[in-house]
Design a protein around this ligand. Structure first.
Ligand code: BGC
Length: 606
């Protein structure tokens, strides 16, 4: 037996040599990898996973390895709650997941968000090629799905600031809070050029002035791009392409709505002149994604409009990023689901926010390729853009998202910025600043109104729940708290929401009433009645009867009709939907900040 030992040692030596130097590193390995038998080679060693390679090399390498099924998977953007099973992420190779507003982990804490995103990412990386999902949210006024986040004024308030630098900082702070939960893709800014205050989404955009929307939109996109707190990059989404700010009352395709998801009735010249410039600027600023709206133009859903998406956006504006569709928009194209899919993809939609039916989409797309209704070249083009985005964010280069988050969520610095943003958004509709600050020093002040001590009203919708939540349920400062903080020690401040002040026979020097709209989102906020409620008007009346001077603060997402009443009031402030830091309004009342804001939209007062 002993004489066999030398032979055994030689055999073992050659086996090891073969295993380490020939099989793994030799031609065999390369051939197997090129033949896409990934399981037999190390994924980490493939060209697309090598950060040293150029973006183009990585994208091309990965695309070449993908099967048709894997490519179709990447084109799907799914709402997390419609996953039948989390393993479907890898099974279907889903491209992206999103949280529709209100879709959050059971515990709505930063840690729970981080764990959730990390887990989705982990699962996606167990697919054959280990392609990570990208996760998107509507952080339209901060990371507002998360209760602890800093919630900034809705866009119309930022529009009133006319301040691109401020918008840039708000966008950066938002990106930091998102990144601290592992999210790098924001479905914001909203670049709709506003036309009709009856629209339930009026407050989501900056202005009715195309130039202001253009400059603040550009600033927002630059702010997102300036995020550099980790090795990841943050991405903005300009929406809703195009003309969604100017739909016609009564034209909605959704039977629950009046205006939202309706017809943008205008000529091509008007569409180009008023509604295209913000998107042109977004493209110039390097925006990564453009979301196509739920509106129609010339009786055709935008997602079906090849001319506007492919010829204008891609051809004329030279947009090379990703085009995504809006919520269920593709299946709203008026035909059957198969045909709708074919139409949208050929029109130029690269990634479809289905957001539910991923199995069906897979089958339809495979059939469409088989039937020659969608070319493989078109699919390759779309997938290339999706992969591009993922590589640019940096999603491939770490197994999970980075653990080095900075605890920026709801931080002191961000809340201070939000407070500054509030003070820079307050518009004086009636009265002058001197009168305002001198009255704030009064001996006796009454404070009342449905929105005086109500964070939910300040936040508006798109705040933890899609339609918002009335009341004081989260962190922040209410207007009442802000006033209490800054009021002179010798002032006697009394707060009664319904103005039930005990009659002392002494008039207050100043009565402040904070009133306004209850939260609403999208078409549910379409309304012809843009007035204060009877209840709010009654409270104002009660306070006026007991005060020498009266100041009315309006919390609203749009101009309200106060033509009749304003004559009776001494001072009127428009505070829009200021978000979590209501104390910014007190900074204006007490003269800590000068009034710099101007109306971003028309508000008729006489
Ligand atoms: C809205 C989009 C939003 C999407 C995802 C849609 O209803 O129109 O603005 O990005 O939902 O939440």
């Amino acid at each position: 037996m002993r004489h066999l030992y030398p032979f055994l040692i030689i055999i073992i030596f050659f086996s090891l040599f073969y295993f380490f130097f020939i099989k793994e590193k030799g031609t065999d390995f390369v051939q197997i990898c090129q033949n896409r038998e990934i399981s037999k080679c190390k994924i980490a060693d493939l060209a697309y996973n090598n950060p040293e390679n150029s973006l183009e090399t990585r994208v091309t390498d990965l695309l070449e390895r993908m099967t048709l099924e894997e490519k179709i998977g990447q084109m799907m953007l799914i709402e997390r709650k419609s996953l039948k099973n989390d393993d479907d992420i890898a099974l279907y190779g889903l491209g992206g997941l999103l949280s529709g507003m209100g879709s959050k982990p059971k515990q709505n804490t930063p840690e729970a968000w981080r764990t959730m995103i990390r887990e989705y990412t982990r699962i996606s990386r167990t697919s054959r090629l280990g392609i990570p999902i990208i996760y998107g949210v509507d952080a339209i006024h901060g990371h507002a799905n998360l209760a602890e986040a800093t919630i900034f004024p809705h866009a119309i308030g930022l529009g009133a600031s006319h301040d691109p630098e401020l918008v840039r900082r708000v966008a950066l702070a938002t990106s930091e809070e998102l990144a601290d939960t592992g999210i790098f893709w924001n479905f914001s800014p909203n670049l709709d050029v506003l036309a009709d205050a009856r629209w339930g989404r009026f407050y989501e955009s900056f202005s009715s002035d195309p130039e202001l929307v253009t400059s603040l939109g550009r600033a927002y996109i630059e702010g997102v791009a300036s995020y550099d707190a980790s090795s990841y990059r943050a991405m903005a989404t300009a929406k809703h392409y195009i003309g969604a700010g100017a739909m016609e009352w009564g034209s909605s395709y959704n039977r629950n709505f009046k205006l939202d998801q309706g017809e943008s009735k205008m000529t091509l010249a008007e569409l180009r002149e008023r509604h295209l410039p913000p998107f042109q600027a977004a493209v110039e600023a390097g925006v990564s994604t453009i979301m196509v709206g739920l509106n129609s133009w010339e009786n055709k859903k935008l997602s079906a409009n090849r001319y506007l998406i492919t010829d204008v956006l891609r051809g004329e504006l030279g947009f090379e990023g990703l085009v995504i569709s809006d919520w269920y928009a593709v299946y709203e194209i008026e035909t059957n689901k198969y045909q709708a899919t074919v139409t949208a993809i050929n029109a130029g939609i690269d990634m479809v926010m289905l957001p539910f039916e991923y199995k069906r989409f897979m089958t339809d797309m495979e059939l469409a390729v088989k039937n020659g209704d969608i070319s493989e070249a078109r699919i390759d083009e779309a997938v290339k853009r999706i992969l591009n985005l993922k590589f640019k964010v940096g999603l491939f280069d770490k197994i999970n998202y980075h653990p080095d988050y900075r605890e920026s969520i709801g931080s002191k610095e961000h809340r201070a910025l939000a407070r500054e943003a509030v003070s820079k958004s307050i518009v004086l509709l009636k009265g002058d600043e001197q009168l305002l600050t001198s009255l704030a020093k009064s001996k006796k002040i009454y404070l009342a109104g449905s929105a005086a001590h109500n964070l939910g009203r300040q936040l508006g919708a798109w705040s933890v729940e899609w339609q918002g939540i009335d009341g004081n349920w989260t962190k922040g400062s209410t207007i009442y708290e802000g006033i209490k903080e800054l009021i002179l020690p010798e002032t006697d401040l009394m707060y009664e929401p319904n103005a039930d002040f005990k009659h002392t026979g002494v008039m207050a020097d100043l009565g402040i009433v904070v009133v306004g709209e209850e939260p609403y989102a999208e078409g549910w906020g379409d309304s012809e009645q843009l007035t204060l409620t009877k209840n709010d008007l009654a409270v104002i009346k009660k306070v006026k009867e007991k005060s020498k001077k009266i100041m009315v603060v309006i919390i609203s997402g749009r101009p309200l009709d106060i033509k009749q009443e304003i004559k009776e009031w001494d001072l009127v402030l428009a505070a829009w939907l200021p978000g979590s830091e209501g104390a910014g309004l007190a900074d204006i009342i007490f003269g800590r900040q000068a009034i710099t804001a101007r109306l971003p939209v028309i508000w008729e007062l006489d």
